[in-house]
Design a protein around this ligand. Sequence first.
Ligand code: ADP
Ligand code: MG
Length: 699
Amino acid sequence: MMQNLPSEMFGSYVFNDSVMRERLPKATYKALRKTIDEGLPLDPQVAEVVANAMKDWAIEKGATHFTHWFQPLTGITAEKHDSFISPTSDGRVIMEFSGKELIKGEPDASSFPSGGLRATFEARGYTAWDCTSPAFVKDNTLYIPTAFCSYTGEALDLKTPLLRSMEALSKQALRVLRLFGNTTAKKVITTVGPEQEYFLIDKSMYDKRKDLILTGRTLFGAKSPKGQEMEDHYFASIKERVLAYMKELDEELWKLGVSAKTKHNEVAPSQHELAPVFTTTNIATDHNQLTMEIMKKVALRHGLVCLLHEKPFEGVNGSGKHNNWSMSTDDGQNLLDPGKTPHENAQFLVFLCAVIKAIDEYADLLRVAAASPGNDHRLGANEAPPAIISIFLGEQLTDILEQIENGGATSSKEGGVLKIGVSTLPALPKDSTDRNRTSPFAFTGNKFEFRMIGSSASIATANYILNTIVAEELSQIADRLENASNFDEEVQNLLQEIVKNHKRIIFNGNGYSEEWVEEAKRRGLPNLRSTVEAIPALIAEKNIRVMEKHGVLSRVELEARYEIMLENYSKTINIEALTMLDIAKRQLLPAVIYFTTKLAESINSIKATGLDVDTSAQAELLKEVSSLTAAFKKSIGELEQTVEKASEMEGDSYKLACYYRDVVFVKMGEVRKIADKLETLVDKELWPLPSYSDMLFSV
Ligand code: ADP
Ligand code: MG
């Protein structure tokens, strides 16, 4: 059937360029395009015409409502639906949608995290249409991507800084490109393709696990006899039920213009991955949010639940998100493509070195983008990159950089090879080097892959940080090269300096090894092991300076984000601890007591027969379980006390977060350990929670 062809389906619910071209008067289309492409302000009259066309189109697609769709600092999306209806004097309704409604919304901002930016008495918040990300129809509603800010103009969302950072990077990258003789590019965009990992489990299992329902991860669960040790799931053939899910997921995403491309099984049982074709950072971010939402929704239709938590199950791999990132001109030149001509190679090396310097100088800031309570279970746990940020460049590039370092401007040994801005470097074929799976920031042919982000996180934070810090290095480079009397020589000096001063960030070895942790320490690289350790980088002076300089986030906006992240950490651990206590006290403890009673009864009734029967097995089991039960009860009490103490702590949010990490979280580990041991002893029929093997092999 025709409508099942991906080409027919793709973007069919998106108000995209071809729809705009078809439905808007030529002048309106042109004006809107100018706003989208060149960031020129939008004329209210143009907005009026666009709104009307959008409404008509949306109604044809079944929409009755519209919503300003935004990304508050909760990390997920928010929406409030308004219908198009407008009553007329004769008691009917007509469908209306004005330019004003398209451009601006006023959701009550008081119930979104603001980190103190917005006192409740000025609860007003604004959403502003982001016309660079296309509107779409979903669930009978026209979705309008928007940025969200406070009454006083501070960003209350993830999109605003992202858009600001894209402008900053474009501005600085253009300066550098001009120096290399590029006069045609109007804009430099950053491109992103995020690979999304997820788990699927049967819904009937999920429904029996309050921990999964309330916290997204299992707080209890003894190891399954079979985990991922057979390495038989990665890229394995996909089961029918999962295939059916993936097919529908692809189709739903295609309709919304999300270019879902690759799908495969991941390392852990029941774990999978989806990757789209890359696009501009802003759209990629919106699309990733949509992808996560649709993944969950479609799963339910298949009797499945999609888990996006970074670590739903202990003992098997967790889920992350690989953020493939590059820079490209508006006419399609990938600036991280090593290229073929020598002239382009020098330019490539400048951009490459800008990234290297940025990552070295702001590793702590980038680390924040991967910080979340869920991701703490992954980073550094031999399944995901360590918490130490380093760059993998591969043999070939590393070798070239070494040559640059050694071939100073005065060296003529290389026959001027490296002296003149590396103009005779070999063209690098794509994928010229082996892959390295253990590096947090790996060069992969013509882009960098940032692999630390958690599976449930928005990719916005990582990308606005990346864009900003690279913009900063490019601005420094431009400052210097614009004033150079001998351009080639200055390029050579610059590259040499960067390599010399920042090569410590380059590491091509095994990032999972103990030796690397030691080596990184010797090199002076930060190792911010936990979320709580990472968060303060948000308000480190050098980081505030770079964010402010490029107009991405102000000091107050950063301080707000610092507060919100700490709060979020404490709240998350608190909910986990309370959920754990609830399950322990009301499900596990009663089950264990029932089991011991059964054992005792069994011993008694056997003895009552008067026969000479050996009941030592029952007796030993009874003793073992009973003493574990006592220990369990005790540790539950201790956990309860720590949670209570935390609730009484006031003031410093950093101290509170430390307490949750060092005391509450540690106690949770103790409670779990005993419970998991008990699970291996108690009758399976009596254990109230589905086991790890039930869940991991349920689909
Ligand atoms: P991997 O081998 O790392 O699993 P995948 O094919 O799953 O690779 O994903 C690679 C991702 O990188 C895709 O989303 C792809 O679109 C994206 N990508 C490719 N080129 C670029 C680029 N220039 N900028 C950003 N992302 C890119
Ligand atoms: Mg990858």
